[in-house]
Write a protein that binds this ligand. Structure first.
Ligand code: TXA
Ligand code: MG
Length: 335
């Protein structure tokens, strides 16, 4: 066994926190069966206690140890997309801690697609009679931008975490798609890299309820989440492509120092304007998004303008994160 993984397993078994890489974002992991360890997650993040955590599993076979009455459709998605950036909300087994579920009768489960995370989960679970699982939210302070590298994790949590496993930059870059199976019809609670269209295709249905409908995009339904999330401290505004040039001119005329994140070619050059080119393809845009937001936030601008991507299925997850960033931006840490 890799030495770092052995250290991580020992710390987790001792009830400590370990930051782990996943393909989406870095997670702040604790033994999901240890209430004291889970409590440390909430303290480290400054997260309200009623916000539920996702339990990470080594493989789909572990599903039934954590969930009951698992619908066939949920198993279909697990076999199609796990390991991968998909979280299933299912009825919980009685042993699952209230601290993990936020007191709800459901639990969020996912098998991450990262070799280090999987090796850790397998090793951690390698004990007879132990229903192994790691509770892990994104490894950022509450309401802040999720970390996609070890440097970001350290910037967010510093000494609050005993060990950060270095798995490099996260391949996907935004959090997993969340599908809720606790009601009659499965629905999207959080859009992600696995799109509603891809999920509907596997399930053989025309469309999914919830976030798949464009009109719904500003209404996050994830229990315990609020709209203000993923937020930089510099005010951020999302602007339609055809209004971008006007918005830039207005901001410059008002004497603002401006940072722009746009897929379009640079339309204006001016002193006080920093232009950041964004990827034109949705997957690459998502991959870079949080790192870009950190750079934009650190640039000392008065305002960040982001050119809104198109409202198509493949862009919904990115648009969701940008809307949340816009909504929670501009607040200082003291508030
Ligand atoms: O990609 C991801 O999902 C990352 C990596 C680390 O796996 N994790 C992540 O965790 O994004 P977190 O805690 O930052 O976001 C999890 C979301 C929260 O908004 C939470 O409310 C929701 O999942 N959630 C967890 N359990 C739930 C449940 N039983 N019912 C409804 N929502 C749930
Ligand atoms: Mg989070």
């Amino acid at each position: 066994m890799n030495e770092e993984i052995a250290r991580a397993v020992a710390l987790l078994r001792a009830g400590e926190l370990v930051a782990i890489p996943t393909e989406t974002v870095y997670g702040l992991a604790a033994d999901a069966t240890n209430p004291d360890a889970v409590a440390k997650i909430f303290v480290a993040k400054g997260r309200p206690a009623d916000h539920p955590l996702i339990v990470h599993l080594p493989d789909a076979q572990a599903l039934d140890a954590w969930a009951r009455d698992v619908p066939a459709a949920a198993r279909q998605l697990a076999s199609a997309f796990w390991p991968g950036p998909l979280t299933l909300i299912l009825k919980r087994q009685p042993h699952v801690l209230d601290a993990v579920t936020g007191g709800q009768d459901t639990v969020g489960l996912r098998v991450p697609n990262h070799p280090l995370a999987l090796a850790l989960l397998r090793e951690f679970g390698n004990r007879a009679g132990h229903v192994a699982g790691l509770a892990a939210p994104s490894a950022n302070r509450y309401g802040r931008i999720s970390p996609t590298s070890v440097t970001d994790v350290r910037a967010e949590l510093g000494a609050k975490v005993s060990l950060v496993l270095d798995g490099g930059a996260c391949a996907v870059g935004i959090e997993s798609t969340i599908i809720d199976f606790s009601c009659a019809v499965p629905r999207v609670l959080r859009p992600g890299a696995i799109t509603a269209v891809a999920i509907a295709r596997v399930l053989g249905v025309a469309a999914l309820a919830g976030k798949a409908e464009h009109a719904d995009i500003a209404t996050p339904r994830v229990a315990g989440s609020d709209t203000a999330h993923y937020a930089p401290q510099t005010p951020l505004r999302l602007v339609d492509r055809n209004q971008l040039a006007g918005a830039i001119k207005d901001a410059l005329a008002a004497g603002l120092r401006l940072a722009v994140l746009a897929r379009s070619v640079k339309v204006i050059a001016a002193p006080g304007l920093a232009w950041h080119a964004a990827a034109s393809e949705a997957g690459a845009y998502a991959h870079d998004l949080y790192a870009q937001l950190r750079v934009l936030d650190a640039a000392g601008s008065d305002l960040i303008l982001v050119e809104a991507p198109p409202m198509t299925d493949e862009w919904l997850a990115v648009i969701d994160r940008l809307q949340r960033a816009a909504c929670g931006s501009g607040e200082s840490d003291e508030t």
